[in-house]
Design a protein around this ligand. Structure first.
Ligand code: EPU
Length: 294
C-alpha cells in the first residue's frame, strides 16, 4: 500500500475517517486517503496503484453513503484541484475538485449564464458530471463541452461531450478520474443570473433540510412523480432508525440527527422502500451511491 502512494506531493493519510469527508458525516475509515496536489500527482497515483494492484476510488462526498467498515485501498479527494480558467467563447475550464457553489459564484462575477439550475448543489464539478447532476431547472449535460480524465493506468485523456452518453443522473464515461471539465456557458446579465440563483437558493432553503447533515435526495424521482411526495404519502415523514431520520421538511432527504451509522440509514431506506411499494406499488430507486464495506 505504501508503494502505491509513495512520492506524492499532496497529502496522504492512513486510516482516515471518512465521516469528515462526507456531507452525511457518516462513514468508516479509508485505508489511505490521498489529496493529490495537482494533475501530475493524480497521474503518478494512478500509475502506482495500477502497478501495485491497489483499488482506487474517488470520493466526491456529497451524494454518497459510506458504509461503516469503510473503504479498502486508496480513496482520492480532489479538493486541491480547484482552479478555474476562462477561455474564449464563454468557455470555462474547471478543475474537478471545484465545488459547485464556488463555480456558480465565479460564473456570476464573469456574467456567464447556464449554471443557475445548480444553485445549492454542494458537490464538486467532477461529481456533478459523473452523475449528470440536475434539478428541475436543468442538468449538467447541457453545459459540458469536454472532460479531461486520467485513465486507471495514468494516461491523460480528453473526451468530447459528443462521446459521453448522458442519462438521468448518469453519464457513461471512460474509466478513470475526471480531473477537469470544459463548460460552455453563455454571456448574460449579471443581475439576472444572480436573481435566478438567489430565488432558487431561497426555494431550496424553504423546502429542503439544508442545515442538517444529509446526502441530498436519497431516491431518484420516478417518471412524472416526486419521490418526496410518495414517501410523504406513505406517512413516513419523521420516521427514524437510530439517529437517521426521514426529514419532515422534505421526505426524500434522510438527515443525520447526531451520530447515525450507515447501518441506521440503510435500515431506514429499506423501511421506506417497503412501505412506499406496499402503498403505491412503486419501487423507489436509489439516487444515493452506496460505497464501502458494511
Ligand atoms: N413534495 C411533497 N412532499 C415532500 C417533498 C416534496 O409532497 O416531502 C412535493 C412538493 O410539494 C412538490 C413536488 O413534490 O409538489 C416536487 O418537490 P420539489 O420541488 O422539492 O422537487 P423534488 O422533485 O422533490 C427535485 C430534485 C432535487 C432538487 C429539487 C429542486 C431529484 C431526485 N430531486 O426534488 O435534487 O433540489 O428538485 O429542483 O431529482 C438532489 O438531487 O439531491 C436533490 C435534492
Amino acid at each position: 500500500m505504501r508503494l502505491a502512494v509513495a512520492g506524492l506531493r499532496g497529502t496522504v493519510q492512513f486510516q482516515a475517517s471518512l465521516k469528515d469527508y462526507t456531507s452525511f458525516h457518516i462513514g468508516g475509515p479509508a485505508d489511505v486517503l490521498v489529496q493529490p496536489a495537482d494533475v501530475e500527482d493524480v497521474i503518478r497515483l494512478c500509475r502506482q496503484t495500477a502497478q501495485q494492484r491497489v483499488p482506487i476510488f474517488v470520493l466526491g462526498g456529497t451524494n454518497v453513503l459510506v458504509r461503516d467498515k469503510g473503504i479498502r485501498g486508496v480513496v482520492v479527494s480532489l479538493a486541491k484541484l480547484r482552479s478555474i480558467k476562462e477561455e474564449p467563447g464563454s468557455v470555462l475550464y474547471v478543475e474537478g475538485g471545484v465545488g459547485m457553489p464556488t463555480l456558480i459564484g465565479y460564473a456570476i462575477r464573469k456574467s456567464l449564464a447556464g449554471l443557475e439550475w445548480a444553485a445549492g448543489i454542494p458537490g464538486t464539478v467532477a461529481g456533478c458530471v459523473v452523475m449528470n447532476a440536475g434539478t428541475k431547472l436543468g442538468e449538467m449535460k447541457s453545459s459540458v463541452k469536454g472532460v479531461r480524465i486520467v485513465s486507471p493506468t495514468g494516461t491523460l485523456m480528453h473526451c468530447q461531450a459528443e462521446s459521453i452518453d448522458f442519462a438521468y443522473r448518469r453519464a457513461t464515461l471512460p474509466g478513470g478520474i475526471v480531473v477537469g471539465v470544459w463548460l460552455q456557458l453563455k454571456p448574460g446579465l449579471k443581475s439576472d443570473i444572480e436573481q435566478v440563483v438567489k430565488d432558487y437558493l431561497r426555494y431550496r432553503r424553504d423546502t429542503q433540510p439544508l442545515s442538517l447533515p444529509s446526502a441530498g435526495c436519497v431516491f431518484k424521482n420516478p417518471k412524472n412523480d416526486s419521490a418526496g411526495r410518495l414517501v410523504e404519502s406513505a406517512g413516513l415523514k419523521g420516521a427514524v432508525v437510530g439517529d437517521a431520520c426521514v426529514s419532515s421538511k422534505h421526505a426524500n432527504f434522510i438527515v443525520n440527527q447526531g451520530h447515525a451509522s450507515a447501518r441506521d440509514v440503510l435500515s431506514l431506506i429499506r423501511k421506506v422502500r417497503t412501505q412506499v411499494a406496499r402503498k403505491t406499488g412503486i419501487k423507489l430507486e436509489l439516487e444515493l451511491k452506496l460505497i464501502g464495506e458494511g
